[in-house]
Design a protein around this ligand. Structure first.
Ligand code: NOJ
Ligand code: CA
Length: 540
C-alpha cells in the first residue's frame, strides 16, 4: 500500500519516448535529443512524472536500437552523451525523471565483444561470452538445436571462418544482428553492473530492463521439450535469472533518490511474474496480461484483479500499459473484431472501425488511469494516433516483417513520427521540407498537437485532464473495490469512499448513480446515462 511518502515509481505516470519518432531538430528525418529538449514544455503540460527513452545508444539500428554497439555512447543521429546528460538534468528541473532502457540479453553484432569473438577461434575466451556451437548433421550445416527466433526463423546463424569455410553457429533469440550474451560468464555480469552504474551516475532515475526473462539459458542448450515444467524452459523465465536482478538491486540501492529497476517481463505463466518484483529484485515490472486483453468487461476485470492479487502478494505496485512500440496502437486494435493482442498474429488488411476504436481507446485510458499503480503512456497514444497501416513495403524496417517473409507487417506502423503542427507532413516533426524516416499518413492533419490543443474534446486534452485529475483526486493508497451494481458489460470500481470509475464496454447506455457527479468522461455523457464504449470518473 502506498502513502504520501511512498517512492515516485509506485504510482507515477511514465511517458515512453521512442526517440527516432518524437521530434527531429535538424531535419535529417530522425528524432533526436534536441527535439525532445525543445518539447519538454509539452511533456510538462501533459503532466507526466517521468519519461522512458527506448535505446538511444550507438547502434546499427537493425532492431530499432535494441541492438546496442556501445551502451555508453549516444547514437550520433540522436546527439551526444553531453546532450543526454543535459537533458536528464533539464527534465529533472521540471520535475520529470528519466528512465533509460538497458538491453542485457543481447548486443549488436557490431559490439566490440562480438567482433572479437568472430575474429577468434572456436573455443577461445572471446567466444565464451556468447553462445557459439558446432552445427548438427554430418557437415555441421544444421542449427545446433531446435530453437526458433522470437522474430521467426531460426535462432541460430552460421559464421564463416577466416579461410572462407563455414564455421560455428551463434545463438540469437531475436534478429541475426543480435547475438545473445552468455550470462554464465563473469565478464557479462560485471559489464552490465558497470553500465547500470554509468547511467545512475548520470542521473537516470530508473532503468527499464529489456527482455528480462530471457537472459539465462540451460547450459547444455537442449531442444525445446514438449512438456515443460515452470522454470524449466531452456531459455524463458529460468529460476537462475533472479540472481542477476538481485545483484542489480543491490547496485540500485546504493544510490540516493529512489532509483528504480523496471523489468520488461513476458512470461509464459503469468503467475510467475510477481517473482520478479519480490523484495530485493525489480521495483516494478510491466504487466502485459492486461494489455493483451480484448475489449470485454469480464476479461479486463479478471485481468485487473489477478494482477492486483499477484502484485499485492509480494508487496509490489502494479503497472498498467495500453500499448508500446511493439504492439498495435489501441485506436486500431479496439476497432477490430479481434480486439486482443498477440505477437505473430498481426496481418495486413484487417478491417478496422477507427471511430469505434478511438472511443474505446479513450475509455481504456480512463480505466488504466484510475487503477492503483503506475501508468505507462506510449507517445502518440495521447493524440489518439491509429496504427499506420498503409506504409509502403519499401520503407518498412522491422525485422519482424522481414523474418516473417512479409506475412507479419511488423511494428513500424506504431513507430511513425509524431504529428505536431501544420496540415502536411512532416507535421512539425522536423523542419518544413524534411522527410521523416517513416512517412506520416496525410490524414494525421487533424491529429496534430496544434489541431487538438484548442479542442476541449480532443484526446490530447482528455489525457491532460486525466493525468491532472488523477493527481488531484489523491487516489493514492486507496484500494480498488469492484462495484457490481452496473451488471455485465460494465467495468466499475471505487477507490476510497468518493471516487468511482465506470466503463461501459457494451453498446447500450447504462444509467449512472444520482449520488455521484461526473468529473471526467471519455465521450459526451448525456444526462445521467453513460453511452456504450465510454468511461467516466465520478465523485460522490
Ligand atoms: C523488447 C523490445 O521492446 C523490442 O522492441 C525488441 O525488439 C526486443 N525486446 C528485443 O530487444
Ligand atoms: Ca534529427
Amino acid at each position: 500500500m502506498t502513502d504520501r511518502r511512498s517512492p515516485w515509481w509506485q504510482d507515477a505516470v511514465i511517458y515512453q519516448i521512442y526517440i527516432r519518432s518524437f521530434a527531429d531538430s535538424n531535419g535529417d528525418g530522425i528524432g533526436d535529443l534536441e527535439g525532445v529538449r525543445t518539447r519538454l514544455g509539452y511533456l510538462k503540460k501533459l503532466g507526466i512524472d517521468a519519461v522512458w527513452f527506448t535505446p538511444w545508444y550507438k547502434s546499427p539500428i537493425a532492431d530499432g536500437g535494441y541492438d546496442v554497439e556501445d551502451y555508453r555512447e549516444i547514437h550520433e543521429d540522436f546527439g551526444t552523451l553531453e546532450q543526454a546528460e543535459a537533458l536528464i538534468r533539464e527534465a529533472g528541473e521540471l520535475g520529470i525523471r528519466t528512465i533509460v532502457d538497458i538491453v542485457p540479453n543481447h548486443v549488436s553484432e557490431r559490439h566490440p565483444w562480438f567482433r572479437a569473438a568472430l575474429a577468434s577461434r572456436p573455443g577461445s575466451p572471446e567466444r565464451a561470452r556468447f553462445w557459439f556451437r558446432s552445427g548438427r548433421g554430418p557437415r555441421g550445416d544444421e542449427r545446433p538445436n531446435s530453437w526458433d527466433s522470437i522474430f521467426q526463423g531460426e535462432a541460430w546463424s552460421r559464421t564463416t571462418d577466416e579461410d572462407g569455410r563455414p564455421g560455428e553457429w551463434y545463438l540469437h533469440l531475436f534478429a541475426t544482428e543480435q547475438p545473445d550474451l552468455n550470462w554464465n560468464h563473469p565478464d557479462v555480469r560485471a559489464e552490465h553492473e558497470a553500465i547500470i552504474r554509468f547511467w545512475f551516475d548520470r542521473g537516470a532515475a530508473g532503468i527499464r530492463v529489456d527482455s528480462a526473462a530471457l537472459l539465462v539459458k540451460a547450459p547444455d542448450l537442449p531442444d525445446i521439450p514438449v512438456h515443460i515444467a515452470a522454470g524449466e524452459h531452456p531459455y524463458e523465465d529460468r529460476d537462475d535469472v533472479h540472481d542477476i536482478y538481485r545483484s542489480w538491486r543491490k547496485v540500485a540501492d546504493t544510490y540516493p533518490g529512489d532509483r528504480a529497476l523496471i523489468g520488461e517481463v513476458w512470461v509464459p505463466d503469468p503467475s510467475r511474474l510477481p517473482l520478479y518484483v519480490r523484495p530485493g529484485e525489480f521495483h516494478s515490472a510491466f504487466n502485459f496480461d492486461f494489455m493483451s486483453q480484448p475489449w470485454d468487461a469480464e476479461a479486463m476485470s479478471t485481468s485487473i484483479q489477478s494482477t492486483l492479487d499477484a502484485f499485492d502478494a509480494v508487496g509490489a505496485p502494479s503497472t498498467w500499459v495500453l500499448s508500446n512500440h511493439d504492439v498495435t496502437r489501441p485506436v486500431t486494435r479496439y476497432g477490430r473484431e479481434d480486439t486482443g493482442f498477440a505477437f505473430a498474429r498481426k496481418r495486413f488488411g484487417i478491417s478496422t472501425d477507427l471511430e469505434l476504436g478511438r472511443s474505446r481507446a479513450r475509455a481504456a485510458a480512463l480505466i488504466v488511469g484510475a487503477l492503483p499503480g503506475s501508468l505507462y503512456i506510449y507517445q502518440g497514444d495521447e493524440l489518439g494516433l491509429p496504427e499506420a497501416e498503409d506504409l509502403p513495403p519499401s520503407v518498412l524496417q522491422d525485422p519482424m516483417y522481414f523474418r516473417s517473409a512479409g506475412v507479419d507487417p511488423g511494428r513500424d506502423g506504431c513507430r511513425v513520427p509524431l504529428p505536431w503542427s501544420g496540415s502536411h507532413p512532416p507535421f512539425g516533426f522536423g523542419p518544413k521540407g524534411s522527410s521523416p524516416w517513416l512517412p506520416q499518413p496525410t490524414e494525421w492533419a487533424s491529429l496534430t498537437v496544434d489541431a487538438q490543443e484548442p479542442d476541449p474534446a480532443s484526446t490530447l486534452n482528455l489525457y491532460r485532464r486525466m493525468i491532472r485529475v488523477r493527481g488531484e483526486t489523491s487516489l493514492r493508497g486507496k484500494p480498488l473495490k469492484w462495484d457490481q451494481s452496473f451488471g455485465a458489460g460494465v467495468v466499475a470500481f471505487t477507490r476510497g469512499a468518493e471516487f468511482l470509475c465506470v466503463a461501459n464496454m457494451a453498446g447500450a447506455a447504462v444509467p449512472l448513480p444520482e449520488s455521484h457527479r461526473v468529473i471526467l468522461a471519455s465521450s459526451d455523457v448525456v444526462g445521467t446515462s453513460l453511452p456504450g464504449n465510454t468511461a467516466a470518473w465520478l465523485i460522490a
